[in-house]
Ligand binder design. Structure first.
Ligand SMILES: [Zn+2]
Length: 275
């Protein structure tokens, strides 16, 4: 069984076939999916939770879990009402993580200080609710600026909680991967690891310890390998897991078992796989 640790199941691109898409994931061996609750902004943070309520309990579908969070470029909307909504969502049993949150200096959008403040306020809420965090970190091309700022903030506001988290859709090098492991984070690999220009990422992945890895789709984006550019979906996490297994010189079954174990270590109260 595989777990897709990051998919935007609330995307309107699944509006026409969401149940069938989840059925294909089950058929591909995906036992659980962490559905990311950022929507197009805080007003839609509850949508991933709603999908858990809609689909859990139906046979032959993966078990769904949800997150809630305010994406870096949505932090200008992180007002008191949005943060109160986040706090109440994190209190719900299906909402096992806060994210994706973090810093994005790659795209034009929210000013860096607004992103940092939004991140810090969400770290405080997640810590109080004892929810691990899902980090999105994207530096300016050719720089490590966002990573450097991120680690400073995590060391001040997060590592002391012992709650850990996931570096989602990891795109850094070995230095950032090692620092993530050092502060108790799991490093999650997505379909972009298969892309031709991603050799530095593959080099970092090949050095990862098995107890530090996860796999994800980031669906509907980042379809792996030959499907690049198509709508991605959780069934295809199996392709990324297979690719990662080859990089690490391991059997795909072992990667599935290790990533599932790692997910359950981070989220220890949630051992359910499948419905
Ligand atoms: Zn995402």
């Amino acid at each position: 069984m595989l777990i897709d640790s990051h998919a935007h199941l609330d995307s309107e691109r699944y509006a026409g076939d969401r149940a069938a898409m989840l059925g294909r994931a089950w058929d591909a061996g995906v036992g659980a999916v962490l559905s990311i609750g950022i929507g197009e902004g805080p007003a839609e943070m509850h949508q991933a939770r709603d999908l858990c309520r809609e689909f859990n309990g139906r046979p032959n579908l993966p078990r769904l879990f949800a997150s809630a969070g305010i994406y870096p470029h949505s932090t200008p909307d992180a007002d008191d009402a949005a943060l109160a909504k986040l706090d109440s969502l994190l209190a719900e049993p299906e909402v096992i993580a806060c994210g994706e949150i973090g810093l994005d200096y790659y795209h034009e959008g929210a000013p860096h200080d607004v992103q940092k403040n939004g991140l810090i306020r969400q770290l405080e809420i997640a810590a109080a609710r004892k929810r691990p965090i899902l980090i999105h970190c994207r530096p300016k091309e050719g720089h490590t600026d966002a990573w450097d700022d991120l680690f400073l903030i995590l060391e001040e506001y997060w590592t002391g909680t012992g709650l850990g988290g996931i570096m989602h859709c990891f795109g850094g090098g070995w230095e950032q991967a090692r620092r993530s492991l050092d502060i108790g984070f799991l490093v999650s690999f997505a379909g972009n690891i298969t892309y031709p220009k991603a050799q530095p990422l593959r080099d970092a992945a090949a050095r990862m310890p098995l107890d530090g890895i996860l796999v994800e789709t980031d669906a509907p984006w980042l379809a792996p390998g030959p499907n690049r550019g198509e709508r991605n979906e959780p069934a295809w996490v199996a392709k990324t897991a297979k690719f990662l297994a080859e990089l690490l010189g391991k059997e795909p079954e072992l990667i599935a078992a290790e990533t599932t174990r790692n997910f359950h270590r981070l989220f220890p109260v949630q051992k359910v796989v499948g419905n």
